[in-house]
Design a protein around this ligand. Structure first.
Ligand code: 5GP
Ligand code: ZN
Length: 115
């Protein structure tokens, strides 16, 4: 828990997000500003600021994040039409919350490459 981190506050329960999935290591909730019909943020309960802060000890946790996202995709009916996972790192990618989070986006067609 990092006191001034928005997503740590969600994990701690001081802010109640629209939770769509939770287990011992992972929390997932609807994005407040959705960019697609399904836009869920999948976060580790542990505070990790950016992708650059991951080390070998986080391998199991990162696998759990991806598997949780795939589970939510199935549950929300976007698995077969298709979906996108995005993990923004630092300024050029537009990271605005410095507690890593997978964006799970689906429910509409998405172009590639992104802008
Ligand atoms: P980033 O730009 O860091 O990759 O993504 C941060 C995401 O967090 C954005 O999509 C933004 O809409 C979302 N977000 C920011 N503040 C809140 C909040 O208070 N609640 C929720 N549910 N999402 C938030
Ligand atoms: Zn945090």
């Amino acid at each position: 828990m990092t006191a001034d981190c928005l997503f740590c506050k969600m994990v701690a329960g001081s802010i109640k997000p629209g939770t769509v999935y939770e287990d011992s290591d992972v929390l997932a909730f609807n994005d407040i500003n959705p960019q697609a019909p399904v836009h869920v943020l999948v976060i580790p309960k542990q505070h990790i600021a950016t992708l650059n802060d991951l080390d070998a000890g986080h391998a199991t946790l990162t696998g759990k994040l991806i598997r949780a996202a795939a589970h939510i995709a199935r549950e929300t009916g976007i698995a077969e039409p298709g979906y996108r996972l995005v993990l923004n790192c630092n300024a050029d990618a537009g990271q605005s919350v410095f507690h890593i989070h997978l964006h799970l986006l689906g429910g509409r067609h998405m172009r590639w490459p992104p802008g």
